[in-house]
Design a protein around this ligand. Structure first.
Ligand SMILES: [Zn+2]
Length: 349
């Protein structure tokens, strides 16, 4: 794809306007507009200035502009209907840039996943069956999923947690995913409560397994159904969802690591509560202000990604300096573009 497209994506990822990027890079906005639209090619010194302003190496910028196929790939995204296009486009751009950095790091450090990540045809597999199959293949214990991030990473799925809340309206997007060259990358909102984060991770895992080649009939519903069965297997949880009460929901949330709302929906879906009871539970949650902020979320074991840090650590242990590793990843020294880099590099910088 074109250098212009790479410029637009990187600029979007950094939430810069044409004016602000032109200003930092020392070019006119008119000139930048022509570079972005492919009407003119920047000279090598200007490429250097633009790359530096965008926090990447000139090589990264040029190779991004030479990538086969689209540089910007569509991501599956879990977001509310009210999420602003500027916000989710920015997140999508970040995921794309992150994927490129990661591809470069993965060329240096080979990651041999312990678990296989099944890619299933959604027209052949019901999402619930797909979830059961993954659990079975991974030989997961029958009950709640502990450390979901750890399971995903063991299957070679790269999880990046970022605070979307720093961006206006970022809280309306929970997570997004797409396949990099060899591994899927999942970007999640670290500001979300743990129970919500876990549901997002399971939802994105559903996309990764079911929708890598074929979108199916309704990818969002399918990913939701996958997540529900993956985190709350019908066979095990159904008896626990009988004679449901608010107090019981508390205990179940603590045990299963999912929100009370997800448990209510699960109970309704599995037929252990009727429509009237479901409405009653939601009224009870509303009355306590729990529809917007549920209790107990802070007490759940946090989900922490570790794979990206391990990648950086492996390179540092080879005796490379953090600047050298940053350069391998195509990042300009990491001074101002830290969120795409493994944490050990940042502490070493
Ligand atoms: Zn989705």
């Amino acid at each position: 794809m074109s250098l212009g497209e790479a410029l637009v994506t990187l600029r979007r990822a950094r939430a810069m306007t044409q004016v602000s990027l032109a200003d930092v890079a020392g070019v006119t906005q008119a000139a930048l507009s022509r570079y972005e639209n492919g009407l003119r090619d920047p000279t090598p010194p200007i490429v250097e200035a633009l790359a530096s302003a965008l926090g990447v190496t000139p090589d990264f910028l040029l190779s991004a502009g030479r990538t086969q196929g689209a540089f910007m790939m569509d991501a599956h995204m879990r977001r509310r209907r009210t999420a602003k296009p500027t916000v989710w486009r920015r997140l999508e751009a970040r995921l794309n840039v992150y994927r490129m950095h990661l591809d470069l790091l993965l060329q240096e450090v080979e990651v041999e996943p312990e678990l296989a990540l099944p890619r299933l045809d959604p027209l052949e597999f019901a999402p619930e069956d797909a979830a059961r199959l993954v659990r079975m293949q991974w030989r997961m214990p029958a009950g709640p999923v502990r450390d979901l991030t750890g399971w995903l990473e063991s299957a070679g799925c790269v999880v990046v947690a970022e605070d979307f809340g720093l961006m206006t309206g970022g809280g309306r997007v929970d997570g997004l995913s797409q396949w990099a060259t060899n591994a899927p990358v999942v970007l999640v909102n670290s500001r979300a409560p743990t129970d919500r984060l876990r549901l997002t991770l399971a939802h994105e895992l559903g996309h990764v397994c079911l929708h890598s080649d074929e979108l199916g009939n309704d990818p969002e519903d399918e990913a939701n159904a996958f997540a529900a069965e993956f985190l709350m297997p019908a066979e095990v949880i159904r008896p626990e969802l009988r004679n449901l009460s608010l107090g019981k929901l508390h205990g179940l949330k603590r045990y299963w690591g999912v929100s009370m709302q997800a448990l209510i929906e699960r109970a309704y879906h599995l037929g252990t509560i009727a429509t009237r009871q479901r409405t009653g539970f939601y009224k009870a949650l509303s009355a306590r202000g729990w529809r917007t902020k549920e209790p107990l979320s802070d007490e759940l074991a946090p989900e922490r990604p570790r794979l990206v840090d391990r990648l950086g650590q492996a390179l540092l242990e080879r005796g490379l300096s953090s600047d050298e590793v940053a350069a391998i990843a195509g990042a300009a020294g990491g001074r101002d573009y830290p969120d795409f880099l493994p944490r050990p590099l940042l502490t070493a910088v």
